[in-house]
Design a protein around this ligand. Structure first.
Ligand SMILES: *Cc1c(COP(=O)(O)O)cnc(C)c1O
Length: 624
């Protein structure tokens, strides 16, 4: 159920149907270019391009580099011709996106030839009477030596464009003759020769070409009655809205701005929540038609920016929320070409401007298969400033992870810390391996004796590392922020902070065994571990291993191990030698792997997630 105020539906089945009708007119050796400029005449360039390619399009045509780049960004690899002359400033992007430029001047050819190191495909545009872009007939003499002069520009195609293919066959025939004469004189033959737009697919013979450029007709819009008789087409776009309010006017009341409509009798009318800001043309004021419940209703009064009134006096059983079709397939009166006839407008223009505020829904085989965002432009990161991008990333993560809290942690702990603030100086742990051995203690019966062995790989930051221990979480907390601290232990508060209760046994970096020095500091112990040779390893990825000996209270009933750094590949293991019977491991993992593998036997239990990234604030609670 569509809940929007207004929306467009793009019927891809109709689009494919139209392509089949049109390609029937093509001689065997002629293939087609799908014109998808201006977001495929407002139909959505990506979906239209994809379906055209599926139905045989060999090439795509866009208006400019921006449009072509967007299709590349969306994954389209089919050749794309930029139909309009490009600016010299657009050349880098043209090359980056591997778009085929149209060359219409020697000046541009030279700039392009200088800018590229590899050979690139181009199409030459010849103005045979259109009177728009392209080499003028007075300018063509140097085209004979073009391949020599611009040695990196490979002429893959030469094209021209008809001025009036839909209604002036005489002039089109003249353009054809001029084009043919030019081609015949030329000593080289490009792969593609093309001149026909969609009307000319039907009205002209295209036997001397091998490509045609199909636009308007594939969208199911007839350019005129003649075309209508020759081919059957179905409109692809439908523009719909919903009744926003129902009202009554008495004879003599005026409706809308400037009182251009005065009711001649009592009138029931409805307000539609669309106006010219939605692309519904202002010129449809007092002359547009809308389909409601299979009945044609007149636009009354002026189309305003966001609202339009229609006369619904003839319609019974109508309610707020009922659908109204502004443009579409269902009835002749609301086909785009007939709507524009009311104000001598252009169907091309109407299609391009429709639904600026509307979401677009694509239908294929009766189902909605995709939708486009409101702003009609898929996400392109270069559209945004850094700070805007950061907020987009944050919002996207919240959406994706379905949890604001986890998303915030990941965003601020991982992305911001590692990628945004630290300027790509990324530190993370690899192959994190932590094993905790619990044994009965001979000295303290209320405690387990604990040995821990920790190893991982990481870039070395300093020529020393620190291991920290405290008896309260508050005291230990400050060590989470310090990047020299590689290991932390929370000691039971009944113990004194000295080496009898917490001891670092061995710390190694690569093969260097570090010296340790114990410092007492504000109710914490810090063990500073260093080696003179470490300074040579700073910045290199090294193997860390740290082992400690301590005690853990039996009454605690659970033991938590946290990962406070971004980590790739984790194994955390508790070895209890069978002194515990029902140990359970409860992992709390954030990252792609939310449920690491848990394995246990009578002596030990471990969790592991090989090779996966695990985000900070992950960990495991062993329930003893
Ligand atoms: C837009 C365009 C077309 C497509 O024309 P339709 O009439 O929509 O088929 C073909 N060739 C060029 C150069 C164009 O600019």
């Amino acid at each position: 159920m569509i809940e929007d105020r207004s929306w467009t539906e793009i019927d891809l089945d109709n689009f494919e149907y139209n392509l089949k009708q049109l390609t029937q007119f093509l001689p065997d050796n002629v293939s087609f270019m799908q014109i998808v400029k201006a977001d495929a005449y407002g139909h959505g360039a990506f979906e239209i391009a994809s379906h055209a390619i599926k139905n045989g399009a060999k090439y795509l045509g866009v208006a400019n580099v921006e449009e072509g780049g967007l299709l590349r960004y969306q994954g389209i690899t089919t050749p794309i011709l930029v139909l309009s002359p490009s600016l010299v400033s657009e050349i880098p992007k043209l090359l980056e996106h591997k778009l085929t430029p149209t060359v219409s001047s020697y000046q541009f050819a030279e700039a392009l030839n200088d800018a590229t190191t590899d050979e690139i495909n181009i199409h030459l545009n010849i103005d045979t009477g259109m009177g728009r872009s392209g080499f003028s007939m007075t300018d063509i003499s140097n085209l004979e030596t073009f391949p020599k002069t611009y040695d990196k520009l490979k002429i893959e195609g030469i094209f021209s464009h008809y001025a009036s293919s839909e209604n002036d066959t005489e002039f089109s025939w003249q353009q054809t003759e001029i084009f043919k004469r030019f081609l015949n004189k030329l000593s080289y033959k490009p792969k593609y020769i093309h001149i026909a737009n969609s009307a000319a697919v039907i009205t002209a013979k295209n036997d001397f070409c091998n490509l045609v450029r199909i636009g308007l007709l594939s969208y199911g819009i007839y350019c005129n009655e003649k075309i209508k008789k020759l081919v059957n087409l179905k409109p692809v776009m439908t523009f719909k809205t919903k009744i926003g309010q129902i009202k009554f006017a008495q004879a003599g009341d005026s409706i809308g701005y400037n009182r251009t409509f005065i009711a001649s009798k009592d009138t029931k009318f409805a307000i539609l929540p669309v106006g010219y800001a939605d692309g519904y043309d202002y010129l449809l004021s007092n002359c547009g038609k809308v389909l409601v419940k299979d009945k044609i209703c007149n636009i009354i009064g002026k189309v305003s920016m966001d609202m339009t009134a229609i006369d619904i006096s003839e319609i019974e059983n109508i309610a707020v929320g009922d659908e109204a079709i502004l443009i579409g397939a269902d009835r002749n009166e609301i086909r785009a070409e007939n709507i524009v006839a009311n104000y001598s407008g252009s169907a091309y223009e109407l299609l391009c401007q429709i639904g600026r505020r509307a979401k677009r829904y694509y239908r294929n085989h009766g189902k909605i298969i995709a939708s486009s965002p409101l702003l009609r432009r898929d996400f392109v990161s270069t559209d945004f400033s850094d700070s805007k991008l950061n907020s987009i990333i944050e919002a996207a993560m919240q959406e994706r992870l379905q949890s604001k809290q986890v998303a915030n942690i990941i965003y601020s702990e991982v992305l911001k810390k590692y990628f945004i603030e630290h300027d790509n100086d990324i530190h993370y742990r690899k192959n994190f391996n932590h094993t905790i051995y619990l044994e009965e203690s001979e000295k303290f019966s209320e405690y387990y004796q604990v040995r821990t062995e920790l190893s991982f790989n990481k870039k070395l930051r300093n020529d020393y590392i620190t291991v920290a221990c405290a008896t309260t979480e508050n005291k230990l907390e400050k060590y989470f922020m310090r990047n020299d601290v590689e290991y932390r232990w929370l000691l039971d508060e009944n113990f004194a902070l000295n080496e009898e209760y917490f001891r670092v046994c061995k710390v190694k970096i690569n093969n260097l065994e570090l010296e340790h020095k114990l410092l007492n500091n504000d109710n914490c112990i810090e063990i500073r571990c260093s080696h003179p040779d470490l300074k040579n390893l700073i910045g290199e990825e090294v193997d860390f291993s740290i082992s400690t000996k301590t005690y853990y209270p039996k009454k605690a009933k659970q033991l938590s191990v946290y990962l406070i750094e971004l980590t790739k590949g984790v194994e955390i293991k508790l070895v209890h030698h069978g002194i515990l019977q029902n140990v359970e491991a409860v992992p709390i993992f954030s990252g792609r792997c939310k449920f690491p593998k848990i394995s246990s036997n009578k002596d030990s239990i471990s969790i592991s997630s090989e090779k996966e990234w695990v985000f900070p604030t992950s960990g495991v609670v062993f329930v003893l």
